[in-house]
Ligand binder design. Structure first.
Ligand SMILES: C[S@@+](CC[C@H](N)C(=O)[O-])C[C@H]1O[C@@H](n2cnc3c(N)ncnc32)[C@H](O)[C@@H]1O
Length: 272
């Protein structure tokens, strides 16, 4: 893909500029990716989070995906997951929902994604996890009754949405009273205040907010070798995949490192 064409695609996909086109473009991108990207040992599509200090416990078979799991581990650490009903919105290839289902003993985890091909891929990659299901659905109009879940998880997905206030309203609706909403995603620095305004739906109280950009950059550095080895195989899409995956030298990597793009984590509680 030429640099000019690539910049135009990125421009359309940028949050807030053309909301409907943005949503349409991302859906097609994820459908195509999930259709053709069939690596059985890759269950994530996030930039990762490398925690400082003592590493959190993981089984040896999950070690290769530690930095991607890290984004989920920081999102759910300390939340009351045991025996609870968990929804992940924008669950992608399903690795994050799988991590919660296998390590945190919830009653069940439902992963929801608006890309049908991605839901199909998540079902295929995670068929071995009993308390985990995947459904097709849109963050801005979820196919669940009011008060269905104790915890809603949303990781690196909201930048694709055309209407983030509608999403936050839906989160507040599907959560039970006393339920938690845990969120992580990136935005251009200039859009952070708007994001916080959009997420503060009636009934959701902000409990914790963090800038996790340095830990995401550390994860991108740590995962660079594994990513470039895979991207090397996809020669026709190398430029796109390199930008998309946040490789060193990509616009995203430079933005996060330089501070013009910020990766944030938020936790909200639904009033009792
Ligand atoms: C960058 S991927 C992250 C996937 C996963 N959370 C992870 O960390 O690996 C973003 C995901 O959000 C999904 N998505 C985007 N817009 C959505 C919407 N309106 N409703 C539900 N899912 C959406 C995409 O299909 C994609 O699977």
């Amino acid at each position: 893909m030429s640099s000019r064409l690539f910049s135009s695609v990125l421009d359309i996909a940028t949050p807030g500029k053309f909301p409907r086109a943005q949503k349409w473009v991302w859906r097609r991108v994820y459908n195509l990716l999930s259709l053709f990207w069939n690596d059985a040992d890759w269950r994530f599509m996030n930039y990762g989070y490398l925690a400082e200090g003592e590493p959190f416990p993981l089984k040896p078979e999950d070690e290769p995906e530690r930095v991607f799991i890290g984004l989920y581990q920081q999102a759910v650490a300390g939340l009351p997951l045991e025996g609870r009903l968990v929804l992940e919105v924008g669950s992608g290839r399903g690795g994050g929902s799988r991590y919660i289902a296998r390590y945190h003993a919830p009653a069940s985890v439902t992963g929801m994604d608006y890309s049908p091909e991605t839901v199909r891929r998540a079902r295929q990659l995670n068929a071995d996890t009993p308390n985990l299901t995947f459904e097709n659905g849109d963050a801005e109009g979820m196919p669940f009754p009011d008060g269905s879940f104790d915890i809603v998880v949303n990781i690196e997905s909201s930048h694709c949405y055309g209407d983030v206030p509608a999403f936050a309203k839906e989160v507040a609706r599907v959560l039970k009273p006393g339920g938690w909403f845990t969120f992580a995603d990136m935005r251009p620095k200039s859009q952070l205040a708007a994001l916080d305004g959009h997420l503060g739906a009636p009934g959701l109280q902000l409990i914790e907010q963090r800038d996790i950009s340095p830990r995401v950059v550390a994860a991108l550095d740590a995962a660079e070798g594994r990513k470039s080895e895979r991207i090397g195989k996809a020669w026709a899409l190398r430029r796109f995949m390199s930008e998309f995956s946040g490789s060193k030298g990509s616009m995203l990597y430079k933005g996060l490192k330089g501070g013009s793009v910020v990766y944030v984590a938020r936790r909200y509680l639904k009033a009792e």
